[in-house]
Design a protein. Sequence first.
Lengths: 299, 394
Amino acid sequence: MSKPFLRFEDAGIIIDAREILASKASLSISPDLNFDRRFDGFDPETCGEKVSFQNFKPNSGINGSLNIEFMITPDHFNLEGIDNSISRMFDIAAGMSDKPINSNIVGRYKFDNMYLRSFSFSVQPFSVISASASYDIYGSIERTVSKRISYNKKTFAHALKSFGDLTISGVVSDLEISRLKYEIQVNRARHHSIRRNEHTSINNSASGATPTRMSVDEIICRSQIETNEMVSNLNSFGDMQNNHFIKNDQDSSLAVFINSLEGKKIASFTCSGKIESQSTEISEGSLVKSVINLIEVIR
Amino acid sequence: MSFSNYEQKVILDGYTLSGVQNVTASYGISEKPIRAAGVGFIDALIDAPLQGNLSITRTMVGADPFVEIDPMGKYIYDEREISGAIVSINDDQGFGFDKTRLVRYSVSCNIGEIPEIQTDFTVFGNLGRDVLAVEAIGKNENHEYSQFDGDKVFFHMNDYSVSPGFDLSPEEINDDSITFNRNKSEWNDGTISISSENYNSLNDISKVAQNMSLGGLYLALGKDAFKKELNFSSIQTKQSPPIKYPDQSSMSLYVSDFYIDAVTSFSYSRQIVLEPVYVIPRGSEFEWSQNFPPSRPNLEPIQVDTQYPIETDIEVTIIAEEYQIRQIKDRLTSAQKVGDLRIEIKDSLDGTIINKFTGKSVRLISESMSLTVEGEMSLTMTYKGYETYHNDIV
């Protein structure tokens, strides 16, 4: 019996030619279509113009997105034995590269020209720390042979051995953190060079017109901290202003130190900036919980 | 060493419990399978905090400390964290548990029986051997070198290997930080003492060795030279209530639904739903950089909340005499509360109350009728009440 549907166990995910232990991946590709409607002569019945649909037309090149949820392992963040040296798959930093991530395979499809859009992870007590990454893809996909991942014994980031440190406007906070989410996001500008995509032969390729460069416009880091209380005396600058003598402009920061279940160091992340918002919720059946959102502008 | 059924004690919150028939203790790890695309199942990793369960069945042979009421009329064990242990009769062996909360309390009784109390607990803290035990480490009098005629006695620390023919300089022999010199007479007299920290750092086996250059004979004490004893007697801090027995004539049930119908059995139970709150471990960058564990590992809940209302279920079986079962329509249209339902269990000798159970503002929620060829017709009525955190229901 043939097996036209691919099994989960056979649908390997490879990004930047490196195997990823992902629990979920969703790949979508879509042409950006518009409808070509035209005025088409005189209509004697309405004494007006006739309008007819001619065809679909692309507004821009074919593009898509990839979202993956994966387990954090030390080799994602440890290159050549250096801890916390984040590889380019999840590299979002001030001096990050503009180059695309190529040699990607998701199940039976391979593609190039992928750019990281966001990376996030969440930590809650006693749980495996899973991360998410989102990418923008420019160009089309191509069918390939699916890959199985050669799994060697790996360790995974786990909340049991990981820990956090919260400082509110320069003061070490005694707030209890019941859950946190860390996200870093990059916004890019698309560039197409003049003449490169003008020849009609470009339509003979599935990928069509692809951008020449995706430059980094801004990088924003956000962290969402679920705690027992909100920050008191929050001022318009996003700082805690507890006195009337001097303006407090010290940053608030969240540091997350991620270790594996065996206690091996994996990576540390910091979000240092201002309190963007905070809220509290009283709801039937649960304790009163507050959420503090920190924001840092990296670029 | 095994515990025979005559050699066990159950201690909870300082009380040695009476009438214990059965104790079940367990704990379990909750795991989450990890699956990855292209691989499938990889491993199963811990996904929830470790919690233990303890279930105790007792016959009611005295006042039960776990129905103690505070001045506001609330059961104090609805909110109180307790600790305890199951120990041998000599208090020298057993296992303890701390940060424990009552989650279910029930009493049931049938004609011809002494009431049975079932209590279930959840352990949020530690559970196991040595928990709550006071540790005492003394000389092992049966040791091979119990009386030593050599020159020196010292602790055989596991970072210092002693082999026959070993050589120590005079400075090393006299330096306590290197050899942990001890007075030989203390060892021979049995008055030698050692801290738990030093004991844990000892090699397993004691050795006698000769110093080749100085000619001295030394005894290097290992773990086998000491006897580690546990004692649980210090956790028995409260006087257990005196033994009292009820009989059928000393139990009373008060409810406004019926008066003269004979009660053949009853059960009373309270289910306490708890919500433990766990938080993420807290530590500093310094601790991370030095590979130290976080200063606040937060392995235990920082808060355990009782979820209100606490539901009280009372089931009463009577031999129908005057009582008339209601029509369903009556029940729907006038589901009146019948007020408080009280069960009083008294001493059969002096009539003093042993235990009293109250269902506050209960409502009759079901009735069932049973007829058999071997007995009288019986009616079973189930009442339910709710207890609030504050603002009592009336």
